[in-house]
Design a protein around this ligand. Structure first.
Ligand code: PLP
Length: 438
């Protein structure tokens, strides 16, 4: 009997033994194509020797030092590199161990900023429905995924939610795409005014929604309008790039494609590419200096903040990403999207194929014309996950209806090192799995 507390005690996973390139192998030698990079983590694939060597070398020199006493070379170098490539104005980097921690740090920093500048009444946060920002209590509170929140609701901070920018389901007939985006963004202004313009501290959103909706980008102009509204009311804009950042959508930061800078940005997953657990929160000079020139102390911190070995891994990963790999993501993403459209474009179960870069979602429906969702009791996504796994494909199906608004989807986020013949393997195996559960 295993003493590991598994995610799902009804279905214990096999033991993984080897990771090599785009594949993982279990103890029986069965190969799995890592078609979602776990959960959009393994951007470099498995067994990258440069990252492994960087980790080994850091372990040899100094595995760990508590940041209450010492910084480290890899933390300094990684912060410099991230700031060099970050959206304009993001100047300071706070390293943590993962995505939820990055979001927690972002929420607390936003709150402390307003306390430091003499606006302590600003404590309200606005987020979007059908979003996911992590599983710790603060991050879970801002997320809009009812399934994940339901049983913890009494413990969660009070957050209000507006609609996501979800063109496939929310755009009205006859409305232009631009007008739709403005209408969705204007919900933020309405909500700020409803709550009281001087009460709201932050708006948090994923530039491309991942886990909850399966790679849904916003439409052109949406985030520009969001930025305008935040500026008008002095509300901080937090972009959560934990899943969609680090090159996944074709630029190192997803915000680059929106042509805006957030006040705070969270990253994780692809930052360590699975080689070490690491996340980060980047913030503007304005926020940093409010703390520095105020109390001088960010009331936060975990033991493993700025872990040197994790930062060494992150540094090696970001050097690879910015050394040419991210530049390949948009065209590779287009190749995979084209192949998915060829294979599934006429499939009566497939309502929408969307995404950005190598962050691609496919939404399943009962009826393509009415966009009726699949019956949640059929648990399509769970059956698809199992069928794909049997076929040797790791992908990320999620769903079930949320607010009656969207149904089941599958998220694909293969490693950036994937080549066209790898995409054929993904499409073939996914095709077999979809056929099996149809
Ligand atoms: N934010 C987003 C957008 C995510 O997709 C996730 C995880 O899927 C998180 C935060 C939480 O990250 P972690 O699972 O590393 O805590």
């Amino acid at each position: 009997m295993s003493h590991v507390f598994p995610r799902n005690s009804n279905k214990l996973p096999p033991v993984g033994k080897v990771g090599a390139g785009v594949h993982l192998f279990d103890a029986d030698g069965k190969a799995y194509f890592d078609g979602s990079g776990g959960a959009a983590v393994s951007c470099l694939g498995h067994g990258d020797q440069d990252v492994i060597d960087a980790i080994k070398s850091q372990l040899d020199s100094m595995a760990f030092a508590h940041t209450g006493f010492l910084s480290s070379d890899p933390a300094e170098a990684l912060a410099d590199l991230l700031v060099l490539h970050a959206p304009e104005g993001l100047e300071h980097v706070y390293f943590v161990s993962g995505g939820s921690e990055a979001v927690e740090a972002a929420l607390k920093l936003a709150r402390q900023y307003f306390v430091e500048i003499g606006q302590p009444q600003r404590s309200k946060i606005i987020a979007r429905r059908q979003s996911y920002h992590g599983n710790t209590l603060g991050a879970l509170a801002v997320g809009g995924n009812e399934w994940r929140r339901a049983q913890f609701a009494p413990l969660l901070i009070d957050v209000s939610h507006i609609s996501p920018c979800y063109e496939y389901r929310e755009k009205h007939d006859g409305e232009t795409t631009f007008d739709f985006g403005q209408r969705m963004a204007n919900e933020l202004e309405d909500e700020i005014l409803r709550l009281g313009a001087d009460q709201v501290m932050a708006f948090i959103a994923e530039p491309v929604v991942g886990a909850t909706m399966g790679a849904v980008p916003s439409v052109e102009g949406y985030f520009k309008r969001i930025r305008e509204i935040c500026d008008k009311y002095g509300v901080l804009l937090i972009l959560d790039e934990v899943m969609c950042g680090m090159g996944r959508t074709g630029t190192l930061f997803a915000a680059d494609q929106e042509d805006i800078s957030p006040d705070i940005c969270t990253i994780a997953k692809g930052l360590g590419a699975g080689y070490q657990p690491i996340g980060a929160m980047l913030c503007s000079g304005k926020i940093y200096h409010a703390i520095k020139d105020g109390s001088g102390f960010f009331q936060h911190g975990h033991t493993y903040v700025g872990h040197p070995t994790a930062c060494a891994a992150g540094l090696a990963v970001v050097q690879k990403l910015t050394g040419g790999l991210v530049d390949q993501v948009a065209s590779k993403g287009q190749q995979l999207t084209d192949m998915l459209n060829d294979a599934f474009g006429q499939n009566p179960l497939v309502g929408d194929i969307r995404g950005r870069g190598l962050f691609i979602g496919m939404e399943f429906v009962a009826d393509r014309d009415t966009k009726a969702v699949l019956d949640p009791s059929h648990k399509f996504n769970a059956r698809l996950k199992a069928a794909a796994f049997d076929a040797g494909l790791i992908c990320y199906p999620m769903g079930g209806t949320i607010d009656g608004k969207h149904g089941d989807h599958v998220l694909l986020a293969p490693p950036f090192i994937s080549e066209p013949h790898h995409f054929e393997e993904v499409v073939d195996k996914l095709g077999a799995a979809v056929a099996k559960v149809s």
